[in-house]
Write a protein that binds this ligand. Structure first.
Ligand SMILES: C[S@@+](CC[C@H](N)C(=O)[O-])C[C@H]1O[C@@H](n2cnc3c(N)ncnc32)[C@H](O)[C@@H]1O
Length: 273
């Protein structure tokens, strides 16, 4: 069920240009916390020869981990990070300590790092992580497509939107642009049976998009201004940009669709002129 709304989108979705990117800020928070803990070890603990029987090495390590966790959480709060980051910063040192205690093999860390890298290829640069549109949103998109449309999913993830739409709207053509290697190869493999889907392992930022009537973006606040700027310079008549959740700052959408799903998805429809 869809409710139509004319509410002006909240422009506060964008960070102030003066704030550091969240990734840099998060690394700094953990780095400062570990430096403070190291300083505490050097200046406070080492001068005292504590008997082994009172403080064993595991007990000292556990105590320092707890100190690191509390400091990181505190720094996150002082730096006004979003609330859920306080918890992440507090849990990271504790999880690392638990992994260290579990004596996991070294290659496992490398494997996890590689999987994360291949999934979140661009995230540090353009702050677009992987999260997927739900089926209610795909159903609504299917209703919004004009007859015979050529639809492009800008950052197509696992290809879920493309596959769902290709089934519901066999009259339309679908293209997906995806740069993260793992999701690209998975989506290419899983879309192979759909004759009306073409996958591109290419950034939509580097590609002209005027061959498509309908563009779908489920990205983040970060790339929206440059995406809009790009579409303005390409000048194609009667092109529709549908953005899931994120507004184009300073541009009034032609229509806003609120979907009655659990996450209260909002689709912003912009006419590209
Ligand atoms: C939030 S997910 C959305 C996935 C899919 N569109 C959906 O709605 O289920 C965004 C995807 O865009 C990809 N991405 C980010 N920037 C991109 C770019 N410049 N070109 C192509 N893909 C990009 C990311 O790797 C990620 O898989």
């Amino acid at each position: 069920m869809v409710k139509k709304s004319t509410v002006t989108p909240d422009e506060k979705q964008l960070d102030s240009p003066l704030t550091l990117p969240k990734t840099t800020r998060s690394l700094l928070i953990q780095a400062i916390a570990i430096q403070l803990v190291s300083a505490a070890i050097v200046w406070l603990c080492l001068p005292f020869a504590l008997p082994d029987t009172v403080f064993t090495l595991p007990a000292i390590l556990a105590g320092l981990t707890l100190l690191h966790a509390l400091l990181a959480g505190l720094l996150s709060w002082l730096w006004a990070s979003p609330q859920w980051w306080h918890l992440i910063h507090t849990l990271v040192p504790i999880c690392l300590y638990a992994a260290y205690q579990a004596h996991l093999p070294g290659w496992l860390y490398l494997l996890l790092f590689l999987i994360t890298l291949l999934l979140y290829w661009n995230t540090a640069r353009n702050r677009v992580p992987l999260y997927l549109s739900n089926i209610a949103t795909c159903d609504e998109l299917a209703k919004l497509l004009p007859q015979g449309a050529h639809f492009a999913d800008l950052g197509s993830g696992t290809g879920r939107v493309l596959k769902h739409l290709a089934k519901l709207r066999p009259d339309c053509q679908f293209s997906g642009f995806e740069t993260a290697p793992l999701t690209y190869f998975y989506s290419r493999w899983s879309c192979r049976m759909y004759p009306n889907i073409v996958m591109h392992r290419e950034s939509f930022e580097r590609r002209t998009l005027h061959e498509f009537n309908v563009l779908y973006a489920f990205l983040s606040p970060q790339p929206m201004p440059s995406l809009w700027q790009k579409l303005q310079t390409e000048k194609k008549a009667a092109q529709l940009l549908i953005s899931n959740s994120f507004i184009v700052p300073g541009v009034k959408p032609r229509k806003v669709c609120k979907i009655a799903d659990r996450r209260q998805t909002t689709l912003y429809l912009y006419d590209v002129k």
